[in-house]
Design a protein around this ligand. Structure first.
Ligand SMILES: Cc1cc2nc3c(=O)[nH]c(=O)nc-3n(C[C@H](O)[C@H](O)[C@H](O)COP(=O)(O)OP(=O)(O)OC[C@H]3O[C@@H](n4cnc5c(N)ncnc54)[C@H](O)[C@@H]3O)c2cc1C
Ligand SMILES: *[C@@H]1O[C@H](CO)[C@@H](O)[C@H](O)[C@H]1NC(C)=O
Ligand SMILES: *[C@@H]1O[C@H](CO)[C@@H](O)[C@H](O)[C@H]1NC(C)=O
Ligand SMILES: *[C@@H]1O[C@H](CO)[C@@H](O)[C@H](O)[C@H]1NC(C)=O
Ligand SMILES: *[C@@H]1O[C@H](CO)[C@@H](O)[C@H](O)[C@H]1NC(C)=O
Length: 529
């Protein structure tokens, strides 16, 4: 080989190098679910910078060394913690490759301020800081980030970019709603500072940008004095919820949601609120919630049962029976000594109770091969009863055919809520052209389901899930969550988005990223390119 190269001149050498380059660089990048769960195809390079400045240089280097041919123009996307579900991270433009900038080590926290008697302060986090990391930093300093939360191992950059949220009608719970300013690395590699300003289209686009304006590099967040909270849960009959005052179940609390058990025909109603500072000493319990971890015995048993549920409805019925029973009791332990907490309500520090994390002797469920599909759509909360009844009717239509549908997720179907928050592309925005009244807030149907680890990986009665999603999208003015839906859902739901919001967003996008360096499948489906 060496001999051949030496004797064949530099042109051949160049050609060979280019060929080997292409051959080695077309790698696939996966979601948190790992091998077999791509989020980005055809990745040419993965960088792991340690600072915002380093991210800026990578962007500048990538766009200046790139080919002048538009087809070969390199795309860039940020990568956070991979907590997304489908292959919608990068561009689907045929022939394109993507450079990923992994933000995990860009995790500085700075400029913390919360004066002693102030109701509110602020802190600046770099793109890769996770909720878990910031919660710990703030708790040590007597502060917290409020209800603008998602789960522990998710980055602030990824959450703000994709419009992630918790569940509340009373308090803001979109992560972006907690942001006061953003620094974004645009398509030329320049760092642009955007301050919260509802009268400025740059802000309204940056607030839920889908990463299409550039890399969200730094976020200035609101912080508040630390507090303890309680968590409480009731079990409700399905008919009481479907025919009841759903808004009234959620709106009184700092954060609240419903979990639906369609086979059991029941709901769990979970709600949380603050313990007044004066009473804090009366509640020494330090509850710590487990949201995703299971023991290896549980993990293996669940996987065996759910895999058989690909073929047998009775396995799924049994699974719902067991997990419903488990979910009746608190999924909390006492943090100080790791003992189980057996009775509601549970008390503890804000973040431990609202989110918590992994128990020391357990692993996240996906590490036992328990993987899921997901779907999340937001509807005006004024249509809450109508929407849930429609889903019930679709379950019943299967039953008439003799097919029993169930929840195949350990905590049922998650019904979340969102206080209205105005920006162009957020799930809970309002004043849109569709007929829905979004001014009271939104209800989200977040429907995770088990992905069988056997056969073709299709679910029991797979067609049911597609049919359900299509019916809801066509019959309601509903909007997709930006990382919990597949390409088919985005294509179908695009018609429900306000054309004026889309066009104002795209005007800002063209200014930030005229060449489409940061384009993604989602942006392509929305017609921005
Ligand atoms: C177990 C689990 C629980 C979850 N819980 C919730 C929840 O409670 N509420 C909710 O709304 N969502 C939830 N999600 C979804 C999650 O919040 C989003 O998918 C979020 O975007 C993931 O962030 P990440 O840091 O993992 O980013 P990635 O998954 O790595 O990236 C997601 C997308 O954001 C882009 N991106 C990442 N970082 C940046 C950046 N700095 N600048 C610009 N673009 C960026 C990526 O290019 C990609 O398109 C959950 C996901 C999982 C797996
Ligand atoms: C990525 O590679 C696959 C083959 O692995 C190809 O089918 C697909 O078109 C490529 N995608 C893009 C966006 O180039
Ligand atoms: C968070 O993610 C990192 C890798 O991205 C992993 O090493 C760590 O175990 C995760 N933590 C939890 C609590 O899942
Ligand atoms: C664990 O701590 C709680 C709260 O302090 C206490 O009530 C309980 O008895 C402790 N349990 C054990 C086994 O130490
Ligand atoms: C929404 O519409 C109302 C009524 O037209 C108007 O008063 C309000 O300013 C609008 N809000 C936003 C954020 O556009």
């Amino acid at each position: 080989m060496a001999h051949l190269l030496r004797s064949s001149g530099s042109l051949l050498l160049l050609l060979l190098l280019q060929l080997s380059n292409t051959a080695t660089t077309a790698t696939v990048y996966n979601t948190f679910d790992g091998e077999g769960f791509p989020s980005c195809h055809n990745v040419s390079q993965i960088y792991r910078p340690k600072s915002v400045n380093e991210m800026v240089s990578i962007v500048k280097k990538t766009i200046t060394t790139s080919s002048s041919s538009p087809a070969e123009f390199p795309r860039i996307r940020a990568a956070g913690k991979g907590h997304m579900w489908y292959d919608t991270q990068c561009s689907g433009d045929p022939g394109s490759t993507t450079v990923l900038i992994q933000t995990e080590e860009v995790d500085g926290i700075s400029d913390f301020t919360l004066p002693k008697t102030a109701a509110e302060g602020s802190v600046v986090v770099d793109a890769g800081v996770t909720f878990f990391q910031l919660a710990e930093f703030l708790h040590e300093r007597g502060a917290l980030v409020g209800y603008t939360l998602t789960n522990w191992n998710i980055s602030f950059g990824g959450s703000v970019a994709m419009g992630a949220h918790r569940s509340s009608l009373r308090e803001h719970s979109m992560v972006a709603a907690g942001a006061l300013a953003l620094d974004i690395i645009d398509g030329s590699g320049a760092l642009r500072h955007v301050e919260r300003d509802d009268g400025n289209d740059n802000w309204l686009a940056a607030s839920t940008s889908l990463g299409l304006l550039g890399i969200v590099a730094r976020i200035k967040l609101r912080v508040y004095p630390d507090s303890k909270v309680y968590a409480m849960q009731d079990t409700l009959e399905e008919s009481a919820v479907l025919n009841g005052d759903i808004y009234g179940l959620i709106a009184p609390y700092a954060t609240a949601n419903l979990w639906w058990w369609p086979y059991k025909k029941k709901f769990h109603h979970r709600y949380y609120d603050v313990i007044p500072a004066a009473d804090m000493d009366k509640f020494p319990q330090e509850g710590f919630q487990n949201t995703f971890s299971v023991s290896s015995v549980e993990g293996i048993a669940a996987r065996t049962l759910l895999d058989s549920g690909k073929y047998l409805a009775t396995s799924n019925m049994l699974f719902e029976e067991i997990t419903f029973g488990q979910w009746e009791t608190p999924n909390f332990r006492e943090k100080t000594n790791n003992t189980e907490i057996k009775t509601w309500p549970v008390y503890g520090w804000n973040y431990d109770v609202l989110i918590g994390g992994l128990y020391p002797d357990q692993k996240p469920e996906w590490e036992y091969g328990l993987h899921g599909y997901t779907l999340e759509l937001a509807f005006p909360v004024t249509m809450a009863n109508q929407m849930l009844k429609r889903v019930r009717a679709l379950f019943d239509a299967e039953l008439k055919k003799g097919i029993v549908m169930t929840s195949t997720y350990r905590s049922g179907i998650n019904i979340k809520f969102g206080k209205p928050y105005f920006d162009f592309l957020g799930q809970v925005t309002y004043n849109t052209s569709d007929p829905g009244d979004w001014s009271k807030g939104a209800i989200m149907l977040d429907f995770p389901s088990y992905r069988p680890s056997v056969g073709d990986h299709k679910r029991f009665n797979e067609q049911f899930y597609t049919n359900l999603a299509h019916k809801l999208i066509d019959e309601f003015p509903c909007r997709p969550h930006w990382t919990k839906n597949n390409r088919d859902i985005f294509k179908r739901a695009a018609k429900n988005l306000d054309p004026d919001h889309l066009s104002r967003f795209n005007t800002v996008r063209k200014d930030f990223d005229p060449k489409g360096v940061y384009r993604s499948v989602v942006g392509e489906i929305l017609g921005f390119y």
